[in-house]
Design a binder for this molecule. Structure first.
Ligand SMILES: [Zn+2]
Ligand SMILES: [Zn+2]
Ligand SMILES: [Zn+2]
Length: 404
């Protein structure tokens, strides 16, 4: 997290450290000041403990400090108090319960606020709420997870595997020279299309790109319910996500699927270690084996493609990255609902790769597609949407130069 500003979540090379705890990092004074109220007690606690506890414990501590400060309510626009959210502590298997108790002990060492000493049950309750309802926050570009947040109003929205809304973090704008133009960081619940009167608003709690069996497993493990939506009961799109190429031999397909899954585990490890040369080698070998056996919508194929695009972009092999990004996008289009954020982000990645590969015409078209999707999924005021606008102008400029 040392490369991400703790206030605006922007990735920066040169960040200033909080002089007191030496843990929090900020772009500048403006970002630091914007965060001070939230960081003040945490800063003291980190110095006292001499180390930084896990994100979930820091978040639990922030929730508790707010609850103490504002007499039980964490924010004024909140529809229900934090303590009324579900914690599912009673449903936890033994192993996870033990981890929760260890977290409670760490919390007790970390947190203090005058003379108040919350009970172990109260602490376990807040930690359980975060485990069940925590929302992963990503950096400004939406590419890297940087932390976890709790948004009580969002917890009221039920799950559907084909949702009509999505949640997006808007980082706000604290960088304008005129402070009057600054806007607060917030999460937005955005409709993905027209919602009829009386229709329930839904979001997806789990990754969309999974078969119904895999989604069911994650939903029951993490959220303790069994999904009965139409997509799950009718196994919609499962066939496409596991499809073989036309005329492929069934035994060979099974073999290459198992090989791909093993390979993907290695790829994930190398991605975490940022060993992009090795990622690329693994992806190339895997894609070679998949050829003629897996369909372009098979999840194993799409996951390997996605890793290949990341590695190729990092290694600055732009023409290859552009070609793979386009194939990835074509597969996604057959699976994702229109206006899904991931679809827009995939089009953006493809557009950027084409721009870097010196193909402004294709880049322009992809960037415009991405822009149309992000206008819905992220909204016109999101920094990523605005970045796209700048990229579109750049593509147009390059196109003009090319034509001359
Ligand atoms: Zn910042
Ligand atoms: Zn500090
Ligand atoms: Zn479902």
């Amino acid at each position: 997290s040392s490369q991400v500003c703790h206030s605006c979540f922007r990735q920066q090379a040169q960040l200033h450290r909080c002089a007191q705890c030496r843990f929090a990092h900020y772009c500048d004074r403006t970002c630091q000041t914007a965060c001070w109220e939230e960081h003040r007690q945490e800063c003291q606690a980190i110095r006292r403990l001499g180390e930084v506890p896990a994100d979930r414990i820091r978040l639990a501590a922030r929730v508790m400090w707010r609850m103490h400060k504002d007499t039980g309510v964490a924010s004024d626009s909140q529809l229900l108090p934090v303590e009324e959210l579900q914690d599912h502590v009673a449903d936890l298997p033994q192993e996870q319960l033990q981890r929760l108790h260890a977290d409670v002990r760490t919390f007790q060492e970390f947190w203090s606020c005058g003379r108040s000493r919350p009970s172990r049950e109260d602490i376990a309750h807040v930690l359980g709420i975060i485990k069940t309802n925590g929302f992963t926050l990503s950096d400004q570009r939406g590419l890297q997870a940087v932390g976890v947040g709790l948004f009580p109003n969002l917890c009221l929205v039920n799950h559907d595997c084909w949702p009509n809304c999505s949640v997006v973090l808007n980082h706000g704008n604290q960088s304008a020279t005129n402070p009057a133009l600054h806007s607060q960081r917030r999460v937005e619940l955005r409709a993905l299309g027209k919602v009829c009167q009386g229709e329930e608003l839904t979001v997806s709690y789990v990754d969309f790109l999974d078969t119904s069996a895999e989604r069911q497993r994650k939903l029951s493990e993490l959220f303790f319910f069994h999904c009965t939506c139409q997509r799950c009961s009718q196994h919609l799109k499962d066939d496409a996500m596991t499809a073989a190429a036309d005329g492929a031999d069934a035994a060979e397909v099974q073999e290459v699927t198992a090989f791909s899954q093993e390979c993907l585990e290695k790829i994930d490890r190398c991605l975490t270690g940022r060993d992009y040369q090795e990622v690329l080698a693994l992806c190339s070998a895997c894609l070679q084996k998949q050829r003629g056996l897996l369909a372009d919508t098979h999840l194993c194929h799409l996951r390997v493609l996605s890793a290949a695009v990341e590695a190729l972009s990092y290694l600055r092999c732009f023409p290859e990255a552009a070609a793979y990004a386009l194939r990835l996008l074509q597969g996604y289009r057959k699976l994702y609902p229109p206006n899904h954020a991931q679809l827009g982000v995939a089009a953006m990645r493809a557009g950027v790769a084409h721009l870097q590969a010196g193909m402004p015409e294709a880049a322009h078209e992809l960037i415009c597609q991405a822009y149309r999707t992000l206008l819905v999924s992220h909204g016109p005021n999101h920094s990523t949407t605005r970045d796209l606008e700048a990229m579109r102008r750049q593509a147009e400029l390059e196109l003009k130069v090319l034509k001359q």
